[in-house]
Design a protein around this ligand. Structure first.
Ligand code: GLN
Length: 247
């Protein structure tokens, strides 16, 4: 079979990258290579061009409010293109600060409202600098499995009716520490508060993103399974530590 190719656009990697978010790109690259798929990475910084038709996966990592304010206008200007990409079943992974900015709006720690890309029908609100931040390990139930990761955010996200959560919180705060929900999903777009990085420790979820992208581009449904000994161990250790910390 001819070597297949996927293209990943990473938005603002110099500004939006916290707690190992860069590892998400590396995990996708390694898992794609193991299936004879070349993963090409385009870094899209403020003002850079972007070719949605040639893109299979869009990634954006976390950033503090200051960084979010820096990228907001550029990101908002791409709203239409990102929503069209979502509606064309493009694969999206948005983490924490990036996730907040992929919603409708984010009211930041100074009370200023940042308009988001509107990929997810949700709003995020920072209750102010004196309120407790949502910090710590997270375990969430996802499709009969668990997602594990680390969260650190002041903003709380609220899904509007009809928006599907990605997972259910077992340990941690997730979207807002109140409704037990973590992340959001619409079509092939996924948002989450989990850093850590997320994909190296959650190989099933990483494969889900790859598989959706390969299906869309090449009509391929099955991924050859990998042995994943190290990944499964990393997942299990994080799970263990998070559950033990709960007692
Ligand atoms: N700035 C956001 C908050 O604190 C997101 C932080 C992050 O991406 N970790 O709510």
């Amino acid at each position: 079979m001819a070597r297949r190719r996927l293209r990943v656009a990473v938005l603002y990697p110099r500004v939006m990258n916290l707690y190992g978010d860069r590892g998400n790109v590396m995990a996708l690259q390694a898992r794609a290579a193991a299936r004879d798929v070349d993963l090409e990475v385009d870094s899209i910084e403020i003002g850079d061009g972007w070719a949605p038709d040639e893109t299979d996966i869009v990634l954006i990592g976390g950033g503090q409010d200051r960084e979010q304010r820096r990228v907001q206008a550029d990101l908002h200007a791409r709203s239409r293109a990102l929503q069209d990409f979502r509606d064309a079943d493009g694969v999206i992974l948005a983490v924490c600060g990036g996730y907040q900015l992929f919603g409708r709006s984010y009211r930041d720690n100074h009370g200023g409202v940042l308009r988001g890309a509107g990929v997810f029908d949700m709003v995020s609100i920072h209750p102010g600098p004196r309120i407790q931040r949502c910090v710590g390990n997270v375990v969430a139930l996802w499709e009969g499995d668990t997602l594990v990761g680390f969260e650190n955010h002041g903003g709380r996200s609220y899904l509007n009716e009809g928006t599907i959560p990605l997972a259910e919180v077992v340990v941690g705060f997730g979207n807002n520490g109140g409704d037990g929900l973590e992340g959001a999903r619409i079509r092939n777009a996924f948002g989450t508060y989990l850093h850590g990085a997320l994909l190296p420790k959650n190989p099933r979820f990483a494969d889900r993103l790859l598989q959706l992208a390969l299906q869309r581009r090449y009509g391929e449904n099955e991924l050859v399974p990998l042995s994943d000994a190290a990944e499964i161990r990393a997942h299990a250790e994080t799970l263990h530590r998070s559950l033990r910390g709960r007692r």
